[in-house]
Write a new protein. Structure first.
Length: 84
């Protein structure tokens, strides 16, 4: 199991995370990342500033979605990462 740092996030309609990127894994769609987290083959995290937050899978509107922190002001929120 690899622990992968997320540094970029692509957002779709409504701010949904559709893909993420990082130095150790390149670029992955959200669906691939969801499957890897759920299967336990890889974990993902965001580290911006002195804090680190795990990327989690949650169900939103009947679909699986990626989230890190619910704090909209945090730099560890996937929504606040640069686009890819």
């Amino acid at each position: 199991m690899a622990r992968r740092r997320v540094t970029l996030a692509r957002k779709g309609p409504g701010g949904t995370i559709t893909a993420v990127g990082g130095p150790s894994f390149g670029f992955q769609t959200a669906q691939v990342v969801v499957e890897e987290i759920q299967s336990g083959s890889h974990t993902y995290f965001v580290r911006e500033g002195p804090f680190e937050t795990d990327v989690k899978v949650v169900e939103e509107g009947g679909q699986m979605a990626l989230v890190s922190t619910r704090d909209v002001l945090s730099r560890n929120n996937l929504q606040n990462l640069p686009g890819c």
